[in-house]
Design a protein around this ligand. Structure first.
Ligand code: GAF
Length: 381
């Protein structure tokens, strides 16, 4: 695929790229809707990546083309970039260049060509992968030498302020900081990270990703409303963020809050605690013990946070009924993907059982991917 990206770059832009970079999509094992509460998460990178071939331009133009786009090259003058200046997928690369310049960093134009195997709208962070590929390429091409956490903040700022999606920092941190063979213990306050070894094959396990094909859109207002609810609850409790409320203080805090905020706060606090337990079981070399935590996390997202949907609920139930050790929706919700931790010898039958349950319910056939903890963003050519 690297050779194809280079050739396509040359065909489209008329000269060879200076390099090719790759940034992965992710699944989050546990810790959902905690990042914008300054909390914890445990994502891992997927082998599915966004490749980006890039070459600097001296004339201040940013010209971007995507193999998944409509064939056209979108062109922007970098000094005219402003929120609203770009639409569709091009707002992610344009947003990163804008965000770097907003920080006063000396970056100019570039020719870019993108080709991705991260499915869009599947809750697997295709937009973060694209932002992070541009961020690492620009970092190197323009000699910025920013820390990975800084690049993640730049990419998050691009998504928040340029693309208009009020996301937390998890997806960008995952794409930039994950390492092969590990899950990433993310503390969103900071943010800071720690690699936690996650050996699936050594324990005879597989992690299935079941893409329900229900497209989700974090810009549609529901995600922003949840985030605003959490921030209001923290304000009412006199806390900097819900991360500062532990399980011990939960019952007392819930008694003080208006009824509509109670389930949101309960989810965030118990979810942060589940991340801690998940890190403990992985550190103890017992990845199979993740299973019940995944299923409990899904129940909390379904019943308290209310971001699941019939397709994700059915995928979880069917996977567990067919012998998965645990399963849950992953990412923002309202569709997207489910992860299922399964004994490797059962991977095929669990995938089949979920497909059959979807057919019986009249849902579109889900796509099934096998996930292994993969490397974060890097230069590949
Ligand atoms: C989306 C967001 F982009 C993340 O920041 C995170 O909040 C996630 O939903 C929910 O955990 O992926």
């Amino acid at each position: 695929m690297t050779a194809r990206v280079r050739e396509e770059f040359r065909r489209i832009h008329g000269h060879p790229p200076e390099g090719v970079w790759a940034a992965p999509g992710r699944v989050n094992l546990i810790g959902e809707h905690t990042d914008y509460n300054d909390g914890f998460a445990l994502p891992m990178a997927l082998p599915r990546t966004t490749l980006l071939a890039a070459r600097r331009r001296g004339d201040g133009l940013l010209r971007v083309h995507s193999a998944q786009g409509d064939g056209r090259v979108a062109e922007f003058a970098v000094d005219g970039l402003a929120p609203g200046a770009a639409g569709g997928w091009a707002r992610y690369p344009a947003g990163v260049v804008w965000a770097l310049r907003e920080r006063g960093l000396p970056v100019g134009g570039a020719d870019l060509h993108v080709d991705s195997t991260v499915p869009a709208g599947a809750g697997l962070s295709s937009s973060a992968a694209l932002e992070c590929a541009v961020a690492v390429a620009y970092d190197e091409l323009y000699g910025l030498r920013l820390e990975r956490t800084e690049l993640a903040r730049v990419a998050q700022y691009a998504e928040n302020a340029f693309a208009g999606v009020p996301c937390g920092v998890m997806d960008q941190m995952a794409s930039l900081c994950c390492a092969e063979g590990s899950a990433l213990h993310l503390d969103s306050r900071g943010p800071s990270v720690r690699q936690v070894p996650f050996d699936l094959t050594g324990h005879g396990l597989s992690l299935l990703v079941l893409d329900t094909r229900v497209k989700h859109d974090l810009a549609d207002g529901a995600y922003a409303a949840l985030r605003a609810g959490c921030e209001r609850a923290a304000r009412l409790l006199g806390l900097p963020a819900l991360r500062d409320l532990g399980e011990r203080g939960l019952a007392g805090a819930l008694a003080e809050l208006p009824g509509e905020l109670v389930p949101l706060v309960r989810h965030v606090v118990t979810e942060n605690a589940r991340v801690g337990r998940a890190v403990d079981v992985l550190t103890a070399g017992e990845p199979e013990a993740l299973g019940p935590l995944l299923t409990a996390g899904h129940a909390s997202l379904r019943d308290d946070y209310r971001v699941s949907c019939p397709e994700t609920d059915l995928a979880v139930d069917a996977a567990v009924a067919a012998g998965a050790l645990g399963a849950r929706m992953t990412g923002g919700g309202f569709g997207g993907s489910v992860i299922a931790l399964v004994p490797a010898w059962r991977a095929e039958s669990v995938g089949r059982a979920v497909s059959e349950a979807f057919a019986a319910a009249g849902f579109v056939r889900p796509a099934v991917l096998d996930a292994v903890p993969s490397a974060g963003a890097r230069r590949i050519a």
